[in-house]
Design a protein around this ligand. Structure first.
Ligand code: TXA
Ligand code: MG
Length: 385
């Protein structure tokens, strides 16, 4: 299949309407279009067309029991897709739509199981990216879209990433330039009595609680690693955002007995992930830097290629290896923005190992650490301060 790649000029969005109408025609006709959103690029299909939604799984190489998110262009488009809109969802929509928040509802009869992976619930989000919004409005149907990467690769944050993964597999790619946020949307299940966070994102836990009060956290958000277990815990099937290299996180051990930030976790898992790095996330201990330098030296002595994932504040403290900064530690937004691009760059460079600094887990840091620990298959090395 020939994939048409079209550049959308954000400065003159009206002049792009012809191109967006063509994308809309492809979607209505059952085809696939990759498009920018404020979080990551999506791979869209008509979400009410079972066969079209199922094509997404083939293009991504993704298991078809993994449900898709329905993207809408106006809040009124929600009602026909769901059985009810609970009070908490209303408040969250009011506060965060359009934007990087996905909510899980009981689905209505018009949403096909091809979109929901066989579930009776459906994920819905209203993106704030005007390119996405206009394309969805012109399509006139909710657009089912996962991230536009091949299954197992980091989510695409530039059109170039999408081209690498999807060329020849889909009808069209809309190139709207680099995305703004860089990590996927926050997912909140609003079907129960208390909203539950399923995936952290740019709408942070702090923001959710400010809006609706109590919010529960799915234990899978923190990950299945026990505090006294140093090496990788679960199998490859949990390695969702996986770079090709073996990624290992290096984190300062928190003082004995202290596990700040564990209040959301169910009993028995409270000691899961020590908060390690200082709460503000502004400092990395010398022990972390020394450990990364030692491990890098060891691997390089074995003839391996090593990447180091660090920040602007520390990048000059790693004399060996391929050193890449993901941004300013003091600015979580910059780290989220560059994280997936840097993981992809390490893939392209063919490194065998990536040693990564760790980050604070508050605010946007919860999403950053969620993606990083998953990419690492929960392989974290704790070092003494
Ligand atoms: O920011 C985003 O959310 C991006 C852009 C394109 O909107 N999309 C995205 O889609 O990240 P995807 O497919 O990569 O991730 C969607 C996640 C998956 O983990 C899926 O399991 C979960 O949402 N999900 C979708 N429907 C669900 C449902 N009914 N119940 C529970 N989880 C659901
Ligand atoms: Mg994805």
């Amino acid at each position: 299949m020939d994939t048409r790649i079209v550049v959308i000029d954000r400065e003159k969005l009206q002049t792009a309407d012809e191109l967006l109408m063509e994308a809309a025609r492809i979607l209505r006709g059952g085809g696939l279009v990759a498009f920018p959103t404020e979080t990551v690029y999506g791979l869209g299909a008509n979400g009410l067309d079972d066969a079209a939604a199922r094509k997404i799984y083939a293009a991504k190489g993704r298991p078809s029991d993994n449900p898709l998110i329905l993207h809408i262009s106006a809040a009124e488009e929600l009602a026909p897709l769901v059985r009810e809109v609970p009070e908490a969802a209303r408040k969250l929509m009011e506060a965060f739509w359009p934007g990087p928040l996905t909510m899980i509802f009981e689905k209505s009869g018009i949403v096909p199981y091809g979109t929901t992976g066989g579930l009776d619930t459906v994920a819905v989000r209203m993106p704030s990216d005007p390119v996405a919004g206009r394309m969805i409005a012109l399509a006139g149907v909710p657009v089912a879209a996962p991230s536009a990467n091949l299954s197992g690769r980091p989510s695409p944050t530039t059109a170039q990433h999408v081209i690498e993964d999807m060329s020849g597999r889909i009808e069209m790619i809309l190139d709207g330039g680099p995305v703004g946020i860089g990590v996927e949307s926050t997912i909140v299940d609003v079907t129960g009595p208390v909203p539950m966070l399923l995936r952290p994102g740019a709408v942070t836990m702090e923001m959710l609680r400010d809006t609706v009060g109590e919010v529960a956290v799915d234990p899978a958000v923190a990950g299945p690693v026990a505090a006294d277990v140093k090496p990788r815990a679960p199998g490859m099937k949990y390695r969702h955002y996986a770079p090709k290299a073996e990624l290992v996180l290096v984190e300062a051990a928190s003082p004995a007995g202290e596990n700040p930030g564990s209040g959301d976790r169910p009993a028995g898992t409270a000691a899961v992930l020590p908060c390690g790095v200082s709460a503000a996330g502004t400092a990395v201990s010398a022990a972390v830097i020394d450990t990364i330098n030692r491990l890098t030296g060891e691997r390089m002595a074995e003839g391996r290629r090593v990447g180091i994932l660090c920040t602007d504040e520390t990048k000059d403290r790693y004399p060996r290896g391929i050193v890449r900064s993901v941004g300013l530690r003091a600015s979580q937004e910059t780290v989220a923005h560059s994280l997936f691009a840097v993981l992809r760059e390490f893939d392209d460079l063919g490194v065998d190992y990536i040693y990564s600094e760790s980050f604070a887990r508050d605010h946007l840091g919860q999403a950053i650490m969620n993606r990083l620990t998953k990419a690492a298959g929960y392989h974290i090395i704790y070092c003494e301060n």
